[in-house]
Design a protein around this ligand. Structure first.
Ligand code: HEC
Ligand code: HEC
Ligand code: HEC
Length: 428
């Protein structure tokens, strides 16, 4: 018996040693923080554009906190991750990181000291960046004012918090290396694909993940949950209006395209981050995504007709929802069948109503409103205090039944309770 236990322990010890050897990555020696004046201003400016478009600044800045000093939380199925400090503070930031250490972090998801990083940091996308773009990002971050801000520990469940196991994850799911242009497509398409895949990491939110957090390679852009919102599918749009290149471009440039509505929730920060990219780059991304967009199989014309001229409510709950709509929403979104007044796009066209799976985007828009800051259109009050869960359910039920041709959402009541509780982790 004792011998068996010793034998098992021996095997376990060998496995641990093998894992540690497999996972080992050397540390890069710390350097003295480089002088900001040593970086060419054009390189710094290019880096700033990329850091915005790459969502780095947004994800490495806590709400109300100093820029790039970290502390922003990302909720995942396995726990909460806090972004680290990317300012050039030598002690708590990346001040003593060489260009080589920074490049390895983006290309391989390994920290300066050799620790594996979790893929909540979208390095599986940034690995595709060109050397020139990584150098520009480094120049941008190293020329910011240093901020002393120690990292917050992640709250990840054991044993998933073991960093050495990330080496195994990488062996299974990670393809390192720069973007390779697809010779089957022209330069513009490839530029768009590069920006979407390597820089902006759009799939980080729009592609669903498997049980251990890897994007489902077979179904890119099929839609996924992110922080309680549903990042709409981009391969088959759920909305009744088909995307055109011009409208996709307008959505990325202005956060709005009238036949589709406005960017909501986390998508608003994405649009803000793209602000410094030139029009040509956003048009290239539109070209890329339109090429992925397949016809949905639903007949588009009848859907649009329904979205613009809704049918009357049928059930008692829907009738109550319709009354609440007239009282609280119609002043801006228009009476049923009428064009909107304050809002820009007809509510029946919003993907929030046509979402195939869950009513979360509609519920969260009602609960928290839509902010109109930073040049993005839209300003809608939050109804969290005004409406009971039953009110929210009635309105959602009514809008779905009268303005769309889709079946009622399953789990509408449960989803409403979860959305109103404001706990992103409970939303699935
Ligand atoms: C979705 C949020 C998110 C985005 C977007 C993001 N990061 Fe991060 N980043 C993180 C998190 C979280 C970590 C820490 C992961 C961990 O604990 O293993 C991290 C880690 C890092 C590290 C390692 C820091 C260290 O101390 O080990 C670097 C460097 C980094 N990010 C740079 C970037 C750059 C450059 C971009 C944009 C191109 C970017 N990040 C975009 C969330 C993000
Ligand atoms: C004070 C005006 C106002 C009121 C009242 C209002 N909204 Fe809005 N709502 C807006 C604006 C502005 C937007 C941003 C979209 C736009 O401009 O087209 C918006 C956006 C939305 C969206 C997202 C649309 C999209 O483009 O995807 C939904 C869904 C929505 N509202 C539902 C409601 C519901 C339901 C009510 C009533 C409970 C309501 N709104 C009340 C002004 C209002
Ligand atoms: C941080 C998460 C996140 C990232 C990164 C992200 N999105 Fe989104 N996106 C969302 C969410 C959530 C929605 C749903 C709310 C809405 O309609 O705006 C959305 C909606 C959209 C829509 C509207 C879809 C529709 O049918 O109405 C488009 C288009 C879009 N995203 C394109 C992109 C592109 C292109 C990128 C990369 C440049 C990107 N997104 C990156 C979260 C994200």
């Amino acid at each position: 018996m004792a011998r068996h236990i010793l034998g098992a322990l021996g095997v376990a010890a060998v496995a641990v040693v093998a894992l540690l050897a497999f996972a080992y990555r050397p540390a890069f020696a710390p350097i003295a923080p480089p002088a900001a004046a040593g970086f060419p201003p054009e390189l710094v400016a290019a880096g700033e554009t990329l850091a915005g478009a790459g969502n780095c600044i947004n994800c490495h800045t806590a709400p109300g906190g100093p820029a790039n000093a970290g502390g922003k939380v990302t909720h995942t199925r396995v726990g909460r991750f806090y972004s680290p400090n990317l300012t050039p503070d030598a002690e708590t930031g990346i001040g003593n990181w060489s260009q080589a250490a920074f490049t390895r972090a983006l290309r391989e998801g390994v920290s300066r000291d050799g620790r594996h990083l979790f893929p909540v940091f979208p390095y599986p996308h940034y690995t595709q960046l060109t050397d020139a773009d990584i150098e520009a990002l480094y120049a941008y971050f190293m020329t910011r004012p240093p901020v002393k801000a120690p990292g917050r520990p992640n709250t990840v469940l054991f044993p998933l918090d073991i960093r050495a196991l990330q080496a195994v994850w990488k062996a299974l799911f990670f393809k390192p290396g720069p973007y390779r242009p697809d010779p089957g497509h022209d330069t513009r398409w490839n530029r768009g694909a590069y920006l979407a895949e390597a820089v902006a990491a759009c799939a980080d939110c729009h592609t669903d993940r498997n049980g251990v957090g890897a994007e489902q390679v077979g179904h890119p852009y099929a839609g996924a949950m992110i922080d309680g919102w549903y990042a709409t599918s981009l391969d088959i749009s759920p909305s009744p209006a088909r995307w055109t290149e011009d409208e996709f471009f307008a959505f990325l440039r202005h956060g709005e395209s009238p036949p589709h509505g406005v960017a909501l929730g986390p998508m608003r920060a994405v649009v803000r981050g793209l602000a410094r990219l030139p029009d040509d780059d956003l048009r290239a991304m539109a070209t890329y995504f339109i090429s992925l967009n397949r016809p949905s199989g639903r007949a588009p014309q009848p859907d649009i007709a329904r979205a613009l001229s809704p049918v009357p409510p049928a059930t008692d709950v829907q009738k109550r929802g319709a009354a609440l709509y007239l009282e609280s929403c119609a002043s801006c979104h228009g009476a049923p069948g009428q064009p909107p007044s304050v809002a820009h796009s007809p509510i029946g066209l919003s993907e929030a109503l046509w979402n195939p799976y869950r009513p979360y985007n509609l519920l969260l828009a009602m609960l928290d409103g839509v902010d109109g800051h930073d040049g993005l259109p839209g300003a809608m009050p939050a109804f969290r205090r005004k409406f009971s869960n039953d009110d929210l359910i009635a309105i959602a039920d009514y809008l779905r039944a009268s303005y769309t041709t889709l079946p009622q959402w399953g789990l509408l009541e449960e989803s409403t309770t979860q959305a109103a509780r404001n706990d992103p982790l409970s939303l699935r």
